[in-house]
Write a protein that binds this ligand. Structure first.
Ligand code: SF4
Ligand code: SF4
Length: 317
């Protein structure tokens, strides 16, 4: 039974529109105000080279395999009706031509060496998850955060949930790359209480090199959100060798300082490579290339630059 199903096991629910969810995090303290439940929707139009949730990028269910947990019991191979799983001297190998991603192998795996990423959930499912957390949310002035992947890829589904949260007076936060159509963003913004908005690089060519998409739409959308007075934190993943140079930091700080509305909160999120194992489980190669961890001195210098522009930035959050 998946973690998500476990949380829902004592509920009845009716079928509705669904979206693919790849994780649910309870007691989240860095995903918006207070203590929150964070719902991670699968699929993203960006493919950032430093992504620490590589399973979030594909909009499809995926199979993950961790060789170090595999005990070679072959229960997965026996459960597979497609004969897609084979035990080899290097562990279980799955034939992608035969695998239909049914998840039966993961259901029987005793060690969780095989797992599936992505579970179809309805608005009703999600609301039941959220409502289980309302006491903690109320006590901490928290709420629910929709993250990804890119939650705005699922905007129709998201709007339905936001309508339900409004009825229930639950605080909502959207964690977004900002890479979407402006009308989609503004409709969601008219219903959500808070945004976490990523700003990765001010140079569009470099942005495209490292994320797969240019940045013009992202910057325009951020301006549009600020114009309507959206409450938000702007989050900058700080990656040595990609975006931590003085030119980019000054441009970022200037851009943020010129946005409409109250002074924006900025979170600097230092690069780390702890997701390497996840890439291995997906059968993907993680290439750090020029990317590296910024040191404490550089982090302080970056904070000082933001301060020059009247912005109080913090590391983390
Ligand atoms: S997901 Fe289904 S088809 Fe694919 S290997 Fe597992 S059991 Fe076989
Ligand atoms: S069921 Fe799990 S532990 Fe057993 S062989 Fe398959 S992947 Fe390995």
């Amino acid at each position: 039974m998946s973690m998500i199903s476990y949380f829902l096991s004592d509920y009845n629910y009716s079928p509705m529109n669904t979206s693919l969810i790849f994780d649910v995090k309870r007691y989240a303290i860095n995903d918006g105000p207070g203590i929150r439940i964070t719902i991670f929707l699968k699929g993203c139009p960006l493919s950032c080279k430093w992504c620490h949730n590589p399973e979030s990028i594909s909009s499809n269910i995926q199979k993950l395999y961790n060789n170090s947990k595999c005990i070679g019991c072959e229960q997965c191979a026996n459960a597979c009706e497609q004969d897609a799983c084979t035990l080899t001297p290097n562990g279980i190998v799955t034939d992608p031509e035969l695998c239909v991603l049914c998840g039966k192998c993961a259901e029987v795996c005793p060690t969780k060496a095989t797992e599936m990423s992505g579970e179809e959930m309805t608005v009703g499912h999600i609301m039941k998850l959220i409502k289980k957390e309302t006491l903690l949310m109320d006590q901490s002035e928290g709420g629910v955060t929709f993250s990804g992947g890119e939650p705005l890829l699922h905007h129709e589904f998201l709007n339905e949930i936001l309508d339900e949260c409004i009825k229930e007076e639950i605080h909502t936060c959207i964690d977004t790359t900002g890479f979407t159509k402006k009308d989609i963003l503004l409709k969601v913004a008219s219903k959500a209480n808070y945004f976490l908005y990523d700003l990765k690089h001010m140079d569009s060519d470099i942005h495209k090199e490292f994320t797969g998409v240019p940045n013009e739409k992202i910057l325009e959308n951020l301006k549009a959100l600020a114009e309507i007075g959206t409450k938000m934190n702007i989050r900058i993943p700080l990656i040595k060798g990609v975006n931590d140079d003085d030119t980019n930091i000054h441009k970022s700080a200037k851009f943020i300082s010129e946005l409409d509305g109250e002074s924006k909160k900025v979170n600097i999120l230092p690069y780390h490579s702890i997701a390497i194992k996840k890439y291995e489980k997906l059968g993907q190669y993680y290439n750090p290339g020029t990317m590296d961890v910024p040191d404490e001195i550089r982090l302080q210098q970056v904070l000082n630059i933001f301060e020059e522009y009247g912005i109080s930035a913090i590391v983390g959050g």
